[in-house]
Design a protein around this ligand. Structure first.
Ligand code: SF4
Length: 367
């Protein structure tokens, strides 16, 4: 767990993934293609990268037809994202979406939202109530003088009451702003006021560098405070970047989150090799490993093991020799040409000790 105990929340099932109630924090992303070939290709990539739940936009009736096709070909839970048109929400549910995401404020009327709720009940499909600072109802903006955290929370609580009054509690909440502080404040507040699972994300977070910083601050703060049952890192560009950043945030906030933590020194005048090449080798060799271990890639043999003695496994080289170490103790000293293969051997043996079997990438280093 993070600094604080995980917040208590209801569990909600989205297809074959359960969120909330202490289940692992799930990673979500959203397809940004419009054609079925592009959508299929992207879902395949997202699944491979470690995405747990995938969302697609349903802007029209044509997109509804994608839902059963995707469901036939993929096991990853599928969320349909609907704005404005309640009929598209109902049709998405009927066609097999595992969850829908709506902002009840832009559906048009209470009657239409009630019709969506009825379909979700009939098909036992959860609904994410998504409140974004950019689409808050005017009454809340006027009351609070802008799209503040208080305005977002009150708007969300009013929606929650409406759903509960209609006997529907299969809900997930999300309160997103492109402003990190508003995102954090609103989520902390809503987390205290309800027990529904929360999907967290900073919206419109920008391109990869800007979003990585914004999302790490916002989502990291929330996760370290025990808040967040699913996360999305919103990045303009390649969606696989979203998964890579989300995984890295989770690994740094939740000790038991799956995956290898790679640490490396900044290098200095003692470094005799290209450390970035060595890091890339270690990243590639460990990319399929789910075991939560820390691996140090250090720039010199003399100080590397001592500076990284907390790491489960480490590697350091100079221009003639290399060492492999565990918790700061050297376990192998080999010639430069053999160090990568020695690292893979030691990695296999460490993973075997941790898991009983080795599940990672067994390829030998070539070149
Ligand atoms: S581990 Fe070695 S190369 Fe890296 S910063 Fe420390 S002294 Fe320098």
């Amino acid at each position: 767990m993070g600094l604080r105990k995980r917040r208590t929340s209801k569990s909600i099932r989205i297809g074959n993934v359960i969120i909330g109630d202490g289940y692992p924090v799930a990673i979500q992303s959203m397809v940004n293609k419009r054609d079925i070939i592009g959508i299929f290709e992207q879902i395949k990539q997202l699944e491979k990268s470690g995405c747990d739940i995938v969302r697609i936009a349903i802007p029209d009736e044509n997109a509804i037809g994608f839902i059963p096709k995707i469901k036939q070909s993929f096991s990853i839970p599928l969320v349909a994202d609907i704005h404005f048109d309640y009929k598209l929400a109902i049709r998405s549910i009927e066609m097999g979406a595992d969850k829908i995401r709506i902002n009840p404020g832009n559906i048009g009327s209470d009657k239409k939202v009630k019709d969506i709720i009825k379909a979700a009940k009939d098909y036992d499909v959860p609904i994410r109530i998504g409140v974004n600072s950019g689409s808050l109802k005017l009454e809340y903006i006027n009351k609070y003088g802008g799209p503040t955290a208080k305005a977002m929370v009150e708007n969300t609580l009013d929606f929650v009451k409406f759903f509960e009054d209609n006997d529907f509690t299969n809900i997930v909440l999300s309160l997103k702003s492109s402003d990190v502080i508003t995102t954090v404040k609103s989520n902390i507040s809503i987390a205290k006021k309800t027990e529904y699972p929360i999907h967290i994300g900073v919206t419109e977070a920008g391109p990869v560098f800007e979003s990585t910083v914004r999302s790490s601050i916002g989502l990291g703060y929330l996760l370290l405070n025990g808040i967040g049952d699913t996360i999305r890192v919103s990045i303009t560009g390649n969606v696989n970047n979203e998964i890579a950043v989300a995984k890295e945030i989770l690994k740094n906030c939740i000790p038991e989150a799956k995956g290898v933590r790679i640490i490396s020194c900044p290098t200095c005048g003692r470094t005799e090799i290209n450390l970035e090449n060595l890091i890339n080798f270690v990243k590639d060799a460990t990319k399929n490993i789910d075991t939560p271990i820390t691996i140090a890639v250090m720039g010199c043999i003399v100080n590397g093991p001592g500076e990284a003695k907390h790491a489960d496994l480490g590697i350091a080289m100079d221009h003639t020799d290399g060492i492999i170490f565990r918790k700061g103790k050297i376990v192998k000293r080999v010639q430069y040409a053999d160090v990568r293969d020695s690292f893979i051997e030691e990695l296999n043996s460490l993973i075997g000790e941790k898991n009983g079997t080795y599940t990672g990438n067994t390829k030998k280093f070539k070149g």
